[in-house]
Design a protein around this ligand. Sequence first.
Ligand code: PLP
Length: 283
Amino acid sequence: RIVYVNGAYLPEAEARISVFDRGFLFADAVYEVTTVLGGKLIDFRAHMARLDRSLSELKLPTPASHDELLAIHRELAARNGVDEGLIYMQVTRGAADRDFLFPPQDTPPSLVLFTQTMALRDKPAARTGIRVASMPDLRWGRRDIKTVQLLYPSMAKTEAVRRGADDAWLVEDGVVTEGTSNNAHIVTADGTLITRDLSHSILHGITRAAVLRLAADSGLKIEERSFTLDEAKAAKEAFITSASAFVLPVVSIDGAAVGDGAPGPVVRKLREIYIEEAVRTAI
Ligand code: PLP
């Protein structure tokens, strides 16, 4: 696999990042994951807008312009022959002597990208749905910034799988925040889509925003508000969204079936129209 590191396209075995890189020592880094379908990028401009926001919230320097980043994404996808998969991009505060104080603003940031080829459109979980287990949300207070501090979500997902589920839904103050790497949504018996409102508590998902737009266009009633785990267990349908999952049905929560325990019509429809729109607007 060819990866991109600070201006160079290299075989992965030749790529180098300093042991003093603040991404490595402090998780002082942000990232984006953009989907490739048919060799084209989904929602690229929205991912770059969120990257800018993450960078500015952490006073991280901008590594390159959006057009330069677009060119790097395209070049890397082409070099690795990615027709369907993901492009991971990380920006760190660069290498500096280990100190909690941020280094001088002119310290060059590190920019790393790599690709992952994988089937996204046609995956078994879209037909079977996924099972989630609830876990306390023990992450920090600025989950709206897409940082690489992913230890707790990684622990929670591992524990969920140990319990026989596929992923965790994180719960705080009695309400669901989101999944370990996706946003959480439910559909009530009267057909209302309920999704957590935007705040510092959750990541502002690019896929969430696209799906809400499409859902509104197709006449679905939407409520952006917190919902409890009990509300989710009593819902007719439940689902997650993310750049790599698109829209995936959730068929059980802590072992209790959601609806009739199979993917429902609203979620199936949202997945279909999301993929159609993503492919139509890819660049
Ligand atoms: N929430 C969290 C915590 C995430 O890590 C992600 C994606 O990685 C999402 C939500 C979904 O965001 P997006 O739709 O932009 O991929």
